[in-house]
Design a protein around this ligand. Sequence first.
Ligand code: SF4
Length: 690
Amino acid sequence: MTTTHCPYCALQCAMRLEPGPDGRLAARPAPFPTNRGGLCRKGWTSAEVLTVPDRLTRPLMRKDRDSDLVETDWDTALDHVAERLLALAAESGPDTVSVFGSGGLTNEKSYTLGKFARLALGTSQIDYNGRFCMSSAAAGGMRAFGLDRGMPFPLSDVGGAEAVLLAGANPAETMPPMMGHLSAPALLVVDPRRSATAQVALDNGGLHLAPRPGTDLALALGLLHAVRVGGWVDEEFVASRTTGFEAAWEHAAAWWPEHTEQVTGVPAAHIRAAADLLGAAARNRSAYVLTGRGTEQHAKGTDTVSAWINLSLALGLPGRTGSGYGCITGQGNGQGGREHGQKADQLPGYRRIDDPAARAHVAGVWGVDPDTLPGPGRSAFELLDALGTADGPRAMLLFGSNPAVSAPDSGRVRSRLAALDLLVTADFVLSETAAMSDVVLPVAQWAEESGTMTNLEGRVLRRNRAAEPPPGVRTDLQVLSDLAVRLGQPPERFATDPDTVLAELGRASAGGAADYSGVTPARLDSGEALYWPVRADAAPTPRLFLDSFAHPDGRARFLAVSHRPPAEATDADYPLVATTGRLMGHYQSGAQTRRVPELGRAEPEAYVEVHPDTAARAGLAAGDWARVTSRRGRTRARVRLSSTARLDTVFLPFHFAGDQAANNLTNPALDPTSRMPEFKVSAVRLEPEP
Ligand code: SF4
């Protein structure tokens, strides 16, 4: 029996893996503060992914784009990849080779991937799928607090609150054990849909505020207005611990609840009621504002996050015990994945790659000249969109990601991936992206190797190895080391043992914002709660900002942000808004969960959630196949009627592939700060599938 953590989302529920009667491992819940002994359906069935029948155990390679992938041996595959990478770099420079990582990789892999890109390839062209997931919250947190730890307090703190406002998150569906912490008497859910979480709020006397998609920034401005008019601003906190309130207020001054209602559709009375509930709880230092992907995945996602942070600052919530602002991370290592250098603009320790002192420190740990380190590269969608173009990369190495399904405007992304001279994917199954690749490298999965993850609270956890990988499979760390040696790196520079990498990561991150220098296997194994920063000579930090925020003057920043409409508008051809999200039974692109029989049976195909009147106008009934078309592409999905759906909006889960992929529709318009695409608002039309 091995105690470890779930392979999926950022709650990182603790579980035991133990042999069942058939000898195969089965997952059982284990006590832990975040999941309190609970698991969701994905967690319960997670061990089945270890034995999926189409598991890859030999490298695959194709001779040319027109031939099939065929099995080969590791030396042949790795020699071929290294030769092609060296040849392409010699021809077109190091930036012709690119790397794409994932918020699902362990801290050790995230760190090594960034180091591999900068040292073994010398390329600036590395980014990761977390750019699609949490980059707006990261940017919003950075500019408000000077530091981005999504939830700067333990999740268990939230359980005792009198009021919780949850914007753009649906944990009742996506991470059900978290609901144990959302028992506040006043639960206020902001979501255009009557989500499972919104229903919980209504059932318990809370509020569901349902703004038109793309207007929650306006709603946050309206709430700030109502908070001030209601006399709920914490004047002492604003004066002593923040700057910029009056400038931010100028942007909120016109957002009377009635005006806010006109733009968002949320009744003015609900806005005032929400402000009063939050304000009264804030007076008792007992209120939280939490945000998720629904606030972030917009071309104005960073400003939307800032608007919610402004509200929390006006109420005096952050930087105090019993109250706060936090962001609910999505991917399993959504927090750690953005700290160790697999992001285009970053070095380990959450350092900026264009900061000379950061470059000198990290180069010192790596034993290289800082001047040899490349600078910032393209963000995730911009990188994918440049592949195979005249000045874009001609090769990509991809770890832990499936952008053929998960990227916005995924048809366009698939055509860019197909335009590459060389696409190499490391995966344990033939995902949709792996199937397009020239070389596929079969790698170990979560329970077959150890490594650390950083959960949504910024707590570093250890995933323990519970099973031998199948013969023929290598770990991602082994693959990176094997390739690095073939690319001319000294063998000792790329360790394959996760604990050795963790120790190096600690040195590289020392002194940075996300400092892991005190994270050791012994401390992890002892069960110590290692919230970062974790220094060797200091206690971990479960609650940040209690004395001061991380800006040089110690104050948090209000940001002056304005509402603006979504990047594209509906019209006669595309009269509806499509918004996307997750289901309880599937995770991300579905490459893992679609292979679990129980989960596949529960949600076997894509669906589109539609109001009955909207469906009738389109000539559709429950159970029909619908065609949903945007300005970028189309998808098909089974009609599911919901009388609580908005008349102007349809919802599609994004876990399905091919002609059922929701991301065939989505808009890659980018946030100017975070470079987050606008997944949440696409203009579409709905019609019967011929
Ligand atoms: Fe917990 Fe998330 Fe895993 Fe479900 S998917 S068991 S909520 S970590």
